[in-house]
Design a protein around this ligand. Structure first.
Ligand code: SF4
Length: 711
């Protein structure tokens, strides 16, 4: 049977919008329902690959728990159906009353990961939010990746572009497991699509793969070199790799001379972090550190990229800084005259220049929260302080929160405190197709269309594609009559609040609403291809190289330099080197891991998708034996901040002394009646990074005991 043959059903092309991969899919549609989701073998990027959650896309659209109407909380705490129009009217009135009484800073927006996979929603949500005049903007970016922003603010950025995976002969993946997550860290097209095939083909052409991960992950199992540091010691490991590169003069001296300000300061700072020191602190054999550093630095081309594993652990700002420093000293960037890494198709092209955007430390000057004096970074306040922004008394206290495509009840640290904060709001609105643990607490739940019910394009995902590529999909199945596009909710809310909505450079006329297709076309106006050509390409549009090259530095930028070792980074390195023995009370380290069946909390409630339907704690079998715990036995996991109950699962991929659970599992209540959420064990008060208030969400010290002994 050929790919497009289908009996009794219509087969249509589209792309999955559950993660940044945007895999091409074929949908079998029968009587208006999706009966099957297959990988699109003719898709030039994903080549037929899909993951388990993508193949269950039909359940996400038609599942029994999918909301078919917006909901309003009643006086007794239950939810009743309400039309989206009436909900918008009531929400606008309640927002106005809150602003009249407490001012605009009482209103906050939390943008979740899922909203980013819809081209129109982030733009419209931000447009509504700008009109409120509030600074209380939060997102999931600041709960798992804001260290990357901190690096750019403290080190600066090279604007010529980075070396690419496609022609690399070495690649280092740190704290990321693309075989499972389809994300090789950073939005640079590194191992995001069809990950197993992409990695194996690259190795077949000679790429050397280095993986840094405490666990022997599915990706680490493929690696030529697997460095397995003790959880939470990545920063020291990278300092050690830099030590070897710099003391053996393996660095790119020309690049460093031209683009860095303080190579000697970096060399001095890592001088004491010998491979022997790394072995003692991280548990990685010294000869492996030597070998990995030489392999990385002597290769012709390649990068080190990092995922959320580094950004969620202790010393995350430092660890990310040192990963970036390794790329800089090895000169892993495109030079003047080289072909630019230009992936823009529907988006506006940003010219690449062989120059540096110097460190701005903008977070020292942005809006300052009254919580811990933390300042906004890139226009956002860190999500680590959201609960305190709601709970701490004061004139700027957040009293109304709109959640778009996210689930803060599952994602934020200190679950008890987060739930208390969400319950204490005067107004909580959640845009979600399901009654997530956040939606259950909401005053209004806006039921949006799901991915195959809305038109969309891939502009927002262009940095993730390995080549210039774009795809458009129309809506392929009709949504239930009671739902709205989530972008439409924000447009209607802005209109009801009397705010003009600026979109793609112009003010929209609320009296003449545009369709999704018209808005999508507007967002593509500054792209380099005709949007109609993309619309006419059912398997997507491979645009080919733009021909752009990396330009020369402008005269004003000639003196700009990257700063490799500012004083605050040096102080953080000193702190990380002070070896902390595991406290007897909490002898193990709990790490978090991704699973193929879920993207954060999305997918954790789809029946039969997550094996066992719950979130076990994985432990090395020898540790289980030493603890007197059997495989499958119920255990209590304790940390300094809380405890949870879960089933133990023997897992030989873990190092001794390490446990692992999936983060963001969406449990229905604090006791974890459905699944178990690891944020019962985390805190936003201890182990928090300066600058971005990032809590420690992985490498958490814990104790694990048979449940019967603690009950
Ligand atoms: S990797 Fe899975 S979830 Fe992500 S786009 Fe592909 S099929 Fe969808």
């Amino acid at each position: 049977m050929r790919q497009n043959d289908v009996i009794g059903a219509e087969r249509r092309t589209s792309f999955c919008r559950l993660c940044a991969s945007s895999c091409g899919v074929l949908l079998d549609i029968e009587d208006g329902r999706i009966t099957r989701v297959l990988g699109d073998a003719h898709h030039p990027i994903s080549g037929g690959y899909t993951c388990p959650k993508g193949r269950r896309g039909g359940d996400l659209v038609h599942g029994h728990d999918r909301l078919t109407s917006s909901m309003r909380r009643t006086a007794t705490g239950t939810h009743e159906q309400i039309s989206a129009t009436q909900a918008v009217t009531e929400i606008a009135e309640r927002l106005q009353a809150i602003v009249d009484r407490h001012g605009s800073e009482a209103v906050a927006l939390y943008m979740g990961t899922q909203q980013n996979f819809s081209a129109l929603t982030p733009v419209m949500a931000r447009s509504w939010f700008r009109g409120t005049g509030s600074h209380k903007l939060f997102s999931t970016m600041t709960i798992d990746q804001s260290a990357k922003w901190v690096v750019a603010e403290r080190m600066g950025s090279y604007l010529g572009g980075r070396q690419r995976f496609e022609d690399a002969d070495v690649w280092l993946l740190a704290g990321t497991n693309p075989i499972v997550s389809a994300n090789g860290g950073d939005g640079d097209g590194a191992v995001v699509h069809n990950p197993s095939v992409a990695l194996r083909s690259a190795q077949a052409r000679g790429l050397q793969l280095i993986v840094v991960d405490p666990r022997r992950t599915e990706t680490a199992a493929l690696a030529d070199v697997h460095l397995s540091p003790r959880p939470g010691t990545d920063a020291v490991l990278f300092a050690g790799l830099l030590h070897v590169v710099l003391t053996e003069n393996l660095h790119d001296l020309d690049f460093c001379r031209r683009y860095t300000a303080d190579l000697s300061a970096l060399t001095d700072a890592v001088s004491a972090v010998t491979p022997t020191v790394v072995q003692r602190i991280c548990g990685v054999p010294a000869d492996q550190v030597d070998h990995a550093a030489r392999l990385f630095a002597t290769a012709r081309r390649g990068m080190a990229t990092s995922g959320t594993g580094l950004c969620m652990g202790p010393h995350s700002n430092l660890a990310e800084h040192l990963v970036a420093a390794l790329n800089v000293v090895c000169g892993r960037y495109l030079r003047e005259g080289e072909q630019a890494d230009d992936r823009s198709v529907l988006t506006r092209r940003v010219p690449a220049r062989a120059e540096v955007d110097p460190p701005a430390r903008a977070y020292e000057h942005g809006y300052q929260s009254r919580v811990g004096g933390v300042r906004a970074i890139r226009g956002e306040l860190p999500s680590g302080i959201l609960a305190d922004e709601i709970l701490e008394p004061g004139p700027d206290r957040v009293r109304a929160l709109i959640v778009s495509g996210g689930n803060p009840a599952a994602a934020l640290p200190d679950r008890k405190k987060t739930l208390r904060a969400l319950r204490s709001l005067d107004l909580l609105v959640c845009v979600d197709p399901r009654m997530s643990s956040t939606a259950r607490l909401a005053d209004y739940v806006i039921a949006p269309t799901t991915m195959y019910e809305r038109a969309d394009h891939t502009a927002i995902m262009e940095p993730f594609f390995p080549q210039p590529f774009a795809q458009f999909t129309p809506a392929l199945v009709s949504p239930p009559p009671g739902v709205v596009d989530d972008w439409r909710f924000f447009l209607d809310l802005a209109t009801a609040c009397g705010q003009p909505v600026k979109f793609a450079g112009r003010i929209l006329d609320p009296a003449a609403p545009l369709t999704s297709e018209q808005l999508l076309a507007m967002t593509a106006e500054r792209g380099r291809v005709d949007f109609a050509d993309v619309v006419a390409s059912p398997h997507g549009y491979a645009a080919g190289p733009s021909g752009a090259v990396v330009g020369a530095a402008t005269a004003e930028a000639m003196r700009n330099r990257l700063v490799l070792m500012p004083d605050d980074v040096r102080a953080e390195l000193h702190e990380a080197l002070v070896e902390s023995a595991a406290a007897d009370d909490f002898p193990m380290r709990l790490t978090v891991r991704r699973i193929r069946e879920a993207v954060n909390s999305t997918g954790t409630r789809v029946p039969g998708l997550v094996p066992g339907g719950t979130n076990p704690v994985a432990v090395h079998p020898d540790d289980l034996a030493a603890l007197g715990i059997g495989d499958g036995q119920e255990v209590t996991v304790r940390s300094a901040s809380g405890r949870l109950c879960a089933k133990a699962r023997a897992d030989r991929t873990l190092a001794r002394g390490t446990a692992s659970m999936t983060h963001c599992f969406d449990s229905t209540d604090i006791a974890g009646a459905h699944g178990v959420n690891v944020n019962a064990l985390t805190s936003n008060a201890a182990g928090v990074q300066t600058i971005n208030a990032m809590p420690t969400l992985t490498a958490v010290p814990v104790a694990i005991e048979p449940a019967k002994e603690t009950r």
